[in-house]
Design a binder for this molecule. Structure first.
Ligand code: FES
Ligand SMILES: [Fe+2]
Length: 441
């Protein structure tokens, strides 16, 4: 398969571009390393924050806790979104505990100071009791950089950071035709997991684990590395494109298995016609999707290439976001460190979809969901717990191996990863992280 010709990517995303920095266990378990990540990386990168659909009107806000920091993103009268630290400048009290809300600004629960939606102080009790003059109209909440892309507000603590679109390059170019801003978040679960946040960057930068961890995916994803496109981009983001067809591995028969049969049927193809040649279904499906998309209510596929119609396009955005795009929408994962413990993290899973006209619901990991912005659910996964409506799903499979890996990474018996070529983006991720920690970025 060929790669996009006009992109600035590093040739094929192979080990040839790597220094070979070791991936040592302390990176996952040490509080010193966690602090270095904070000092040199988290305080400088763009953070994926609130969904713009949650704050359509002036005064609507979302709040995002990240370790000991908390950030409020709030829609302004002019339609822009600004971000402020969630801390009163009188004596530091946290202003907001709600994850989202609406109003003319924020009233501090301690002494009642009122901050406008533009962050400027509007009211302070006893205005004549300030030695140097009343701060009303003068003092503002501390502001952070805030820019928007993909239907999200993103924030950055570094005033000298590059613009968001430059930082994300080339992801916005790759997603330009997907209409992410118009998508609906129909599923949002946050898993609290006993593993370091980097499990996700590692795990989602390779498909080597698919046959062993997700054997069910062989029916509709060709995870064979020989047929997969791997790319690494200069800013530290990566892409992996797998063919949407039954696996080409030698031990996988060219037979129609579920859910491949349902996917063929969805596009009015008869699974019986593909017995013994299931992989031909991919090309047939692309043709059918071109022909039937509008009739079946998929009005957003005009700008898609043939491979984008059928093949999962999987992107890892440095450092902690992944976006896996298909013809129905985009899975977004965001993984964040725990407040104090490097052995814990939160793993957010969003399923963003385009409306399918004539259809009231869409199938998700937990069954049918309406085309509506969903409620946020929290799951305390710890080191493993039954989640009945997600039993057997690929996400739970990933989490279950992640907690076991965290235990093993803490052992003296582990010294460095011993990677296959197709896992080059795993080491690449750690090298970009080291670039931040060691002053090269
Ligand atoms: S700390 Fe906020 S008004 Fe005093
Ligand atoms: Fe996985």
């Amino acid at each position: 398969m060929s790669t996009a010709a006009n992109l600035n990517y590093m040739d094929g995303g192979t080990a040839a571009q790597l220094r070979g920095d070791p991936i040592t266990g302390d990176r996952y378990t040490s509080t010193d390393f966690m602090q270095r990540e904070w000092d040199h990386m988290w305080t400088r990168i763009w953070h994926l924050g609130g969904r713009l659909a949650e704050m359509p009107e002036p005064g609507d806000y979302t709040m995002h806790d990240f370790r000991h920091e908390s950030v409020i993103m709030i829609r302004q009268e002019d339609g822009s979104v600004r971000a402020f630290y969630n801390t009163c400048r009188h004596r530091g009290t946290r202003l907001v505990w709600n994850e989202s809300g609406s109003g003319n600004g924020f009233t501090c629960p301690y002494h009642g100071w009122q901050w406008g939606m533009d962050g400027v102080l509007q009211y302070a009790q006893d205005p004549d009791d300030f030695e140097k003059g009343c701060p009303v109209g003068e003092l503002s909440l501390s502001e952070l950089r805030c820019e928007t892309w993909g239907g999200f507000a993103w924030w950055n603590m570094d005033p000298d950071a590059p613009a968001l679109l430059d930082y994300l390059d080339p992801i916005p170019t790759l997603f330009a035709h997907r209409g992410m801003g118009d998508m609906i978040r129909v599923f949002w679960r946050t898993f609290h997991v006993d593993t370091n946040w980097k499990f996700a960057s590692d795990n989602f930068n390779e498909s080597y684990h698919l046959p062993s961890v997700h054997p069910q995916l062989r029916a509709n994803i060709d995870e064979d590395y020989a047929n997969t496109v791997f790319e690494m981009y200069p800013n530290g983001h990566n892409r992996m494109i797998e063919m949407g067809q039954p696996s080409m591995r030698a031990d996988v028969p060219n037979a129609v298995e579920s859910p491949w049969d349902m996917m063929l049927e969805k596009w009015d193809l008869d699974p019986k016609d593909f017995e013994g040649r299931a992989r031909d279904g991919r090309i047939a499906m692309q043709k059918q999707m071109r022909k039937l998309a509008k009739e079946k209510g998929y009005l957003h596929l005009d700008g898609f290439t043939d491979t984008e119609l059928t093949d999962p396009h999987h992107h890892t955005l440095f450092p902690n976001v992944t976006m896996t795009a298909g013809h129905e929408g985009v899975f977004v994962f965001r993984t964040e460190p725990h407040l104090t413990d490097p052995n814990k993290c939160t793993f957010d899973c969003f399923w963003l979809v385009n409306k399918v006209h004539g259809q009231d619901t869409i199938m998700t990991l937990v069954g049918e969901r309406p085309f509506e912005e969903c409620e946020h659910e929290h799951i305390d996964y710890g080191s493993g717990v039954d989640i009945p409506d997600m039993a057997g799903s690929f996400l739970i499979q990933d989490l279950s191996v992640a907690v076991g890996q965290q235990r093993g990474l803490a052992s003296q018996g582990y010294t460095d990863a011993h990677l296959t070529g197709q896992e080059s983006r795993v080491r690449r991720f750690h090298e970009v992280l080291n670039d931040y920690l060691e002053g090269r970025r």
